[in-house]
Design a binder for this molecule. Structure first.
Ligand SMILES: NC(=O)c1ccc[n+]([C@@H]2O[C@H](COP(=O)([O-])OP(=O)(O)OC[C@H]3O[C@@H](n4cnc5c(N)ncnc54)[C@H](OP(=O)(O)O)[C@@H]3O)[C@@H](O)[C@H]2O)c1
Length: 301
């Protein structure tokens, strides 16, 4: 089998094919034949070496947190899953691989009506969005503002917040406002017009890739409101009268993913690439751009 990884940090061309034996599942694990892998900004950050100080890993590094696969072997003591089941798997690393092993606690059955490629775009962003909503603990009828609402985390958050009967003020780049309307956001604006929502939100989320929303999310908050930033460490509160924090932990995968699937969250797929070295490089080249809303997915033949 092949894995796709790198032995030096750098641009997308550092990826190459790494031959390996298919992994054998231990007790409580299954082996998956990978059908599709969703790419995330985190994968690119790993490849650039930005995580090396906080998460030292040995080379070769094979990224990939969001996997959909078919169960091809069962370890001892596995219950609840059977050979041939198609499942979603959220993993710390290693998904760019033709076969992986995974603990049953990191699996959720893929709903029959959910396309494999679409499902592969959901795990990491869904866990992040569910965690944020849990952390905010807003009552129905409250107002949440989401900057970067066109991104994976942001768009899932908008969908979950609407399902929870929250009012959603969605902020994105001007060319993505139509997309925010299709999500059903209560009101939409581009970042430069965040002042239209000034002082309206009980809580706000900055889900802009890298975190540079230029104060848009903070502007929307009522005094005393909470701002959660997804990209890296939170800046000190940009306003003295609000609280500010970073998303530093994620909820457990299975319950969070089950919550997201129950709300029928979905994201567009903007690139469906082959499960090959060229496909991985093309996916990472796209990750490096300010791309259209949606997910980049590697799909096996
Ligand atoms: N802490 C955690 O556990 C965790 C988990 C998941 C994600 N994250 C972080 O959360 C952030 C969002 O992740 P995501 O998966 O939602 O990313 P994404 O799908 O790439 O979306 C990010 C959004 O950021 C906006 N953006 C503004 N300027 C940008 C630029 N120069 N390049 C790219 N995007 C830009 C884009 O919206 P507009 O074009 O409309 O401005 C885009 O839709 C990332 O920083 C990611 O690393 C953290």
């Amino acid at each position: 089998m092949a894995r796709f990884g790198f032995t030096t940090f750098g641009d997308p061309n550092v990826f190459h094919r790494l031959p390996a034996d298919p992994p054998t599942p231990k007790a409580g694990q299954v082996q998956l034949r990978v059908l599709a892998v969703g790419l995330n900004p985190y994968d690119a950050s790993l490849r650039r070496g930005e995580q090396a100080a906080v998460r030292p890993l040995k080379f070769p590094i094979v990224p990939g947190t969001d996997v959909v696969g078919t169960i091809t072997a069962l370890g001892a003591d596995v219950t609840g899953f059977a050979l041939g089941d198609v499942v979603l798997n959220y993993r710390p690393i290693g998904g760019y691989s033709e076969f992986v092993t995974a603990s049953v606690g990191k699996l959720v059955a893929n709903p029959a009506n959910l396309a494999v490629a679409t499902a592969a775009g959901l795990p990491q962003v869904s866990i992040a969005a569910v965690t944020i909503l849990d952390q905010l603990a807003l009552p129905a009828g409250a107002t949440v503002a989401v900057a970067g609402a066109s991104g994976g985390v942001g768009a899932v958050l908008v969908q979950l917040a609407l399902a929870a009967k929250l009012r959603v003020l969605a902020l994105a780049s001007p060319n993505n406002l139509d997309y925010l309307h299709t999500l059903g956001a209560t009101a939409v604006a581009d970042y430069a017009h965040a002042a239209a929502f000034a002082g309206q939100a009980d809580a706000a989320v900055n889900a802009v890739a890298g975190g540079a929303d230029h104060g848009a999310a903070a502007t929307t908050l009522k005094p005393g409101g909470l701002l959660i930033t997804t990209g890296g460490t939170a800046d000190p509160a940009p306003r003295a009268d609000i609280q500010s924090t970073a998303l530093t932990h994620l909820d457990a995968f299975a319950p969070a993913m089950t919550t997201a699937l129950a709300a029928h969250v979905t994201l567009p797929i903007i690139a469906r690439l082959p499960f090959s070295t060229a496909g991985v490089i093309a996916g990472h080249e796209l990750l490096e751009t300010h791309h259209a809303p949606g997910k980049i997915v590697l799909v096996a033949e």
